[in-house]
Design a protein around this ligand. Structure first.
Ligand code: C5P
Length: 222
């Protein structure tokens, strides 16, 4: 099979990373979680005591960071300057700050260039918010994955409970809705469905069915 790129965009908690990882596995493609890159920059900024308002310093830090995404057992392993930050970048602090960091145009320019480089050889399944619209506008298959806020919050709640994390469903629902609002309203590359993306609303639909549907779309695009 010839290699090509697949773009999967959508709001927080729509199941993009699970679905994208399974689709990539099925096709023998490389999975790239671009949210992890914005999270890694945010984590580093928080560690250094820098907020999204300290724009110059933030861009300076981001331009020097070495972010590596490696295939791991349960998803993707994220290395920052050689250190494993896979778990650290999913903290509540990062969740609360990542949308402000990712709204900075210079940060996006830096990370988008890296993402495009990773996809140059084709054969990637990339998930994010602006993949079909900006990062890989020529991707052969484009999916916009969504689900109701309530269901997305419930999925996150169950995931976190399974990891014994202390969390309230109401708080998660508020956080997800706030992150959606910021991602949709930012000036640069807002979260929006590409005109040629297929909309898949996964409310009430199990992951294997969503994966199957994307694989079908992939076959018909060949
Ligand atoms: O996908 P995930 O929820 O991990 O993404 C974290 C945040 O990173 C998003 O809420 C968004 O602000 C930002 N992001 C982005 N563009 C992408 C991927 C993620 O702005 N391509």
């Amino acid at each position: 099979m010839d290699k090509f790129n697949i773009a999967i965009d959508g709001p927080a908690g729509a199941g993009k990373s699970t679905v994208a990882r399974l689709v990539a596995k099925e096709l023998g493609f490389i999975y790239i979680d671009t949210g992890a890159m914005y999270r890694a920059v945010t984590w580093k900024a928080l560690q250094s005591g820098i907020t999204a308002e300290d724009r110059e310093q933030l861009v300076e830090i981001a331009s020097k960071l070495r972010i590596e995404l490696l295939p791991g057992e349960h998803g993707q392993q994220v290395l920052l300057d050689g250190s494993d930050v896979t778990g650290l970048i999913r903290s509540p602090e990062v969740n609360q700050n990542v949308s402000a960091v990712s709204a900075i145009p210079e940060i996006r320019t830096l990370l988008v260039a890296k993402q495009q480089e990773m996809a140059e050889a084709e054969g990637v399944v990339m998930d994010g918010r602006d993949i079909g619209t900006h990062v890989l506008p020529d991707a052969k298959v484009k999916i916009f994955l969504t689900a109701s806020v309530k269901e997305r919050a419930e999925r996150r709640y169950l995931e976190m409970k399974a990891r014994n994390e202390d969390v309230s469903l109401e708080k998660l629902e508020r956080e997800i809705a706030e992150r959606d609002r910021m991602d949709e309203q930012r000036e640069v590359s807002p979260l929006v469905r590409a005109r040629d993306a297929v909309l898949l609303d996964t409310t009430g639909i199990a992951i294997p069915q969503v994966v199957e549907r994307i694989l079908e779309l992939t076959k018909s695009a060949e």
